[in-house]
Design a binder for this molecule. Structure first.
Ligand code: CA
Length: 263
């Protein structure tokens, strides 16, 4: 049996992977209009630990699926209002949850498989609950493997693009990734230029930085405000990182030139 998985289905699955990682109890939607079979399915799946929602109608099942975002759909072919093939086609456009179709006749199997309505698997009635559970498990395992793969790829990508870099001094920590500053364990939110100025000075610890150089590096060469800007920002910073802002020991003034960060 050959089942085509359209590319966009996998794309959709990846999108879902982000949102549902923490959900440990898989949600299963059962769509079946035979009351006794619906009851049996609901009971058996609940006993296996699945979160089960049910519907006996094609159109209502679509609404329920949009609301519940199930991890798996078990779908009968012959249904009131909208048959299982239509429901399957529409669901495929909107979500990536695997669909297990329940068929009653050989010609329905042909449709499920041959016409590519997008079902992932099928069972022919009558079937045993053991068989159904095995298929459900296999389909959900496949989803989980894709999700784990996506999660580990995302983690690897995140590790590559945002290394955690911090500049640490006595009582002062500058978190470059989060753009946050902690002074005596207290978090301070700095204005963007204030933060950049602090980072620039801290990275050049012990070196005198002229106002002109600071302006050029922090504000950019085309900034046309005066060097007073630097002094104002240094004053703001001193209020946050100095024991006594009027007698600074961390960001010291070098008369006639600029500033030096002492650590
Ligand atoms: Ca039916």
């Amino acid at each position: 049996m050959k089942i085509e998985v359209p590319h966009k289905v996998w794309g959709g699955m990846m999108e879902r992977a982000k949102g549902n990682e923490t959900n440990s109890r898989p949600k299963v939607l059962v769509v079946e209009d035979e009351p006794s079979l619906l009851d049996t399915l609901e009971y058996s799946l609940s006993r296996q630990g699945y979160e089960v929602s049910v519907s006996n109608d094609g159109a209502k099942a679509l609404d329920l699926a949009r609301k519940e975002r199930p991890d798996l759909v078990i779908l009968d072919v012959m249904l009131p209002t909208l048959d299982g093939f239509e429901v399957c086609r529409i669901l495929r456009q909107e979500m990536s949850a695997p669909i297990l179709m329940l068929t009653a006749r050989a010609d329905e199997v042909d449709k499920v498989v041959g016409l590519e309505v997008g079902a992932d698997d099928y069972l022919t009635k009558p079937f045993s609950m053991r068989e159904l559970m095995a298929r459900v498990k296999a389909l959900l395992r496949r989803v989980r493997m894709v999700r784990e793969e996506v999660a580990s790829e995302e983690k690897a990508a995140a590790d590559e693009t945002s290394p955690v870099e911090r500049l640490v001094f006595p009582d002062l920590t500058i978190d470059l990734g989060r753009r946050e500053m902690y002074y005596k364990q207290q978090l301070f939110h700095l204005k963007p230029k204030e933060f950049e100025l602090l980072v620039f000075l801290a990275r050049n610890r012990g070196i005198v930085m002229s106002r002109d150089l600071i302006l050029e590096r922090v504000w950019g060469w085309d900034y046309d405000g005066g060097s007073r800007t630097v002094d104002v920002h240094v004053r703001w910073l001193r209020e946050k990182v100095e024991e006594d802002p009027s007698n600074p020991t961390r960001i010291v003034t070098v008369r006639g030139i600029g500033y030096r960060f002492e650590g």
